[in-house]
Design a protein around this ligand. Sequence first.
Ligand code: COA
Length: 326
Amino acid sequence: MIKTRIVSTGSYLPENRLTNFDLEKIVDTSAEWIVERTGIHERRIGTKDEAASDLAYEASKIALKKAGLKAKDLDMIICATVSGDLPFPSTACLLQNRLDAVNAASFDVSAACSGFIYGLYLADNLIKVGARKRILLIGVDMLSRVTDWDDRSTCIIFGDGAGAVILEPSKDESGIMSTDIRSDGSMWDYIQVPGGGSRTPFSKECLDKKLQFVRMKGNETYKVAVKTLESIALETLEKNNIKASQLSLLIPHQANIRIIQATAKRLGLPMEKVMVNIEKYGNTSSASIPIALDEALTSGRIRKGDYILLEAFGAGLTWGSSLIRW
Ligand code: COA
């Protein structure tokens, strides 16, 4: 069966940096605590004029340029986001308009930090069955917009960013070998934004109770993340008859350095084989994997023939992993 390959990547981070020292002035925390518990030193925060589609546009332009393609060559745009410009229409449609991608059917995918892997699953299968030939997949989030800057347990974690990939049918053995996705809605309240939806629409009461902001059961989430990431990674590897030791690089969702280290340890992978950039950007939700993939490629950490594993975990709860032969 034909495989789907990633033709090119692009990423975009807002220029504005928010350091741990800046956060010390906002909430009762310390730079050392943040580094020790999360691995994050700084994160990027979009200006008030920037929205998700603007970040996605910049990342997409780079991916298109690297692939030598025009926007009209795309036949689909999938945007993984939970912090799009508007409740509707989709950020993918706003991006389509901005890019002038006239031939692309466009829609968003909502799986929070696992959104990019969910999008990859969809794009890969649509290309494999021949339904689409060239898909632009973007992971973009601006969780700074739903951050309560008085809540020290969440405001230290998230950052804004976008990463984009272009997918096409592969001409050789390279490409996505398989992607697995899972969810468990019984833990829907582990990470959530309670207000602004049809359950609790925006109102003065909603704002007074700060329901428009993200709420997270950090400790509980942490424990589930470590367990599920190991099991889904092993499942994807076993399905393809590949051992963890054969991996050249693990590109995990950048949620917390301790989750990344624990997963690597459980898989028996040394940290040299793990892509980490959480110190610079924090948790950029659905953007973290495509940004890390773009940086890994740009810095020469991926070569033709390498086995690469992507894995993510997020609100829903959702999780997934994808094995790629480069
Ligand atoms: N600065 C200083 N102290 C803080 C703090 C901060 N920014 N945030 C929390 N604390 C305090 C807590 O109030 C608590 O104090 P207490 O013992 O007096 O009650 C103490 O630190 C420990 O809190 P806890 O929540 O157990 O810390 P933790 O080691 O679990 O770290 C997270 C908190 C959020 C960093 C961690 O749980 C985490 O990363 N979880 C996963 C979240 C995640 O991945 N979410 C996204 C999924 S995509």
